[in-house]
Each structure stands twice: as C-alpha cells, then as structure tokens.
Ligand binder design. Sequence first.
Ligand code: NDP
Ligand code: MG
Length: 385
Amino acid sequence: MTRNLSILGATGSIGRNTLRIVDRFPNRFSVKALSARSNMTLLADQIERYRPVRVAVGDERCADDLSALLPTDLAVDIVWGESGLCRIAALDDVDLVVTAVVGAAGLLPTLAAIDAGKDIALANKETLVMAGQAVMKRADAEGVRIYPVDSEHSAIFQCLAGNRKTDVDRILLTGSGGPFRAMPLEEFESISIDDALNHPNWQMGRKITIDSASMMNKGLEIIEARWLFDVPLDMIQVVIHPQSIVHSMVAFKDGSVIAQLGVPDMKGAIACALSWPERMDIGQPAPDFPALHQLTFEAPDLEKFPCLRLAMEACAAAGTMPAVLNAANEMAVVAFLDGKIGFTAISELIGMVMENHRWVVHPSLEEIIAADTWARRESERWMKS
Ligand code: NDP
Ligand code: MG
C-alpha cells in the first residue's frame, strides 16, 4: 500500500534525506505536500520531481518567486506562512506527516497534523521540548502514532518494542559529546563559528549542529525523551559515546541492557519512522565491527557544557520553563551564527533568561506560546545590554 507523505522542511537535512528514501521506494511512498521557508530553487526542483498537490513556503514573496520558477502547466497549490504550514500538515490525502522544520515553528503544524488524525514522523524535537505533555496527550486522544526520527529516540523506541514499560529501569541516552568534548574549558572562549559547525560524526542543519557543540542538543533530547516515553527525568541518563554507533540504550530491572546500533547516518532512523514495524532495505550496511576497534563511554561534563545542566533544570521545573529554555537557545544560536555573541555566551544568555522567567507550572498552550515570545524579547534585551 502506498503511504502518502507531507514533508515539512523538505529542503533541510532531514527533509532531503527523507526524499532519498522515497527515491528508493517510489511505489511505497507518494509525496502529497512539501514545505520550505526560503530555498525556492530547491523546492521548485522537488515539486517537478515529486509532483505534490500543495506546498507551503515562508511568505507571499517566496510564493511569487516559486511560481516564477515553475513551468506554467504544472498545477500545484502554493500556500504560505504559519497557516500554510498547518494546512499542508492536515491535508486530506496524507497518512504520515514528517515534521522536519527547525525550531519552535514546528509546534503548531504538528498539533494541526494531530488534530487531523495524521501519524507523525517527528524530527522537530523543539515541539516536544516546548509542549511535550500537551502534544502527547492530544496524540493519545486522537489515536495518532508519533514515530521518532531523532536517532536516539528512534533507538529507544526500537529497544522498548516488545518490552513492558514497567520493567524499564533507565533510559541511556547516548551523545557523541560534539567537537569540543576533549577541549579544555579555558579554550572555549576562542571557539569560532566554523569550529562549532564542524561536527565530528553527523551532517546536519546549522542550528542542531551548534546545539550539538554546546550539548544543548542532548539537553533538548532529555526533555524530548521525557515526554515521548513518559519517563521521569531521574530515569534518563546521558552517556557520552564519541563513536556515535550506539544510538541509545534501555536498561531493564534485571540489569539487562538493550542497545540499538548503526552507522551515524539519519537515513536509518528516518526509514524506521516511515515503515515501522517493517524494515526497508535502504542500502545502508551495518557497522563494520572489526574496523571500529573500540566503542567507548564516559560521563558528560556539566561544568564544560552548562547548556546540558540548564536543560535538566528546565526539564525538572517543567511548565513553561522548557519553552523558555528553547526560545532563548534559538535566539542565542542565531546570534552566535551571526557573530554577535561568543560561544560561551550561549549558556550565559539562556541561564539569565531562565532566571528572570516567571514560570507557570500548568500552562495552557497559549501560555506556552506567550512564554516563548517573552523569552525571545528577554534574550534581545540581554544581548543589547
Ligand atoms: P535544516 O536547517 O537543515 O532544515 C530546516 C528546514 O525547515 C528547511 O526546509 C527550512 O527551509 C525549514 N525552515 C527553517 N525555519 C523555518 C521556519 N521558521 N518556518 C518554516 N520552515 C522553516 O534542519 P535539520 O533538517 O537539520 O533539522 C530539522 C529538525 O530535525 C530540527 O528540529 C532538528 O533538531 C531535528 N533533527 C535533525 C537531525 C539532523 O540530522 N539534521 C537529527 C535529529 C533531529 P529553507 O531551508 O527552505 O529555508
Ligand atoms: Mg539526536
């Protein structure tokens, strides 16, 4: 049976990898909708190739640019903005929505997809960081399945399959430690944009690459796991594993540990989300173990990576705090990539914004969005001063 896809963030790293899998299985998947914010040239190529019925773009000007790039006889409905993204997330024919936009922009379209009863392949971790409890509750109520695309969460999902949740002792969330794992703290002041964009194991979009360098990514993933698997913070342990072969593990009450392993390439986790419980032959070989020589594990260094500690604090506080952490982090990452603040200022900014936040314990969705808006303004104020 053909699965009809809507891919939000089709021009990004996850979006393009998703389309590579579609290329391999043209009879299994049909692309009904795509979105891009600004890369109209690539989106125009994708439209010609996959023939979606509707696409969403950043704004009206992008829509005009896109129309000009497309052959006049090609029929595609072009919508834009947040409402456009929500419309392609809820499109009638679609069975599975791949949420691969970056940042807080993923939240409302994901909710729109859930409300329309679509299953979700979730890459946009910020959705669960901001509003994990509300999103999971709504998915449950609508009978919607959320398949994780984040490699760690895909691994945990696979390790849990066939096991009883009551038998779980701990989730062991692995992370490579990023490019600065072995760098002495004294040298962090001199980290350049290029240094931070140079991830040792993974090819990803710019925002998540900076998050990986600061280890905020692992922090966001703790919060993502907390809601996705409904486990308390004290059952989630971060383990640094520089080779990125063990994508994560689950420890059970009897001391037994199940791990999921694979080469560090997101196509494995994406394919799993697209076809679970079936496994597709995506042409990706298993790791060559003799050539690997060794897999190593160590504890994270919270002094060197304060972002990880801040995310744990936000996870423990819950309520609006994770949304504030996320918004301040998004602002800090943009400012760092624009050369406006240094690497160590990322955690300073987030810490300051969290400290000033008047946190709401049981927020509505509106209060979560208001906290996000407040944190962005507060971040700007901090940067100006
Ligand atoms: P990219 O930056 O490569 O791609 C982001 C995509 O979203 C692009 O299509 C971009 O459009 C679009 N986009 C960006 N901002 C907005 C916005 N405000 N509104 C609507 N669309 C927008 O990101 P990645 O693919 O790396 O990451 C996507 C998500 O997946 C993130 O949440 C990330 O944390 C998560 N993830 C990514 C992994 C990876 O390996 N890349 C691994 C695990 C999780 P355009 O380029 O046209 O402007
Ligand atoms: Mg990950």
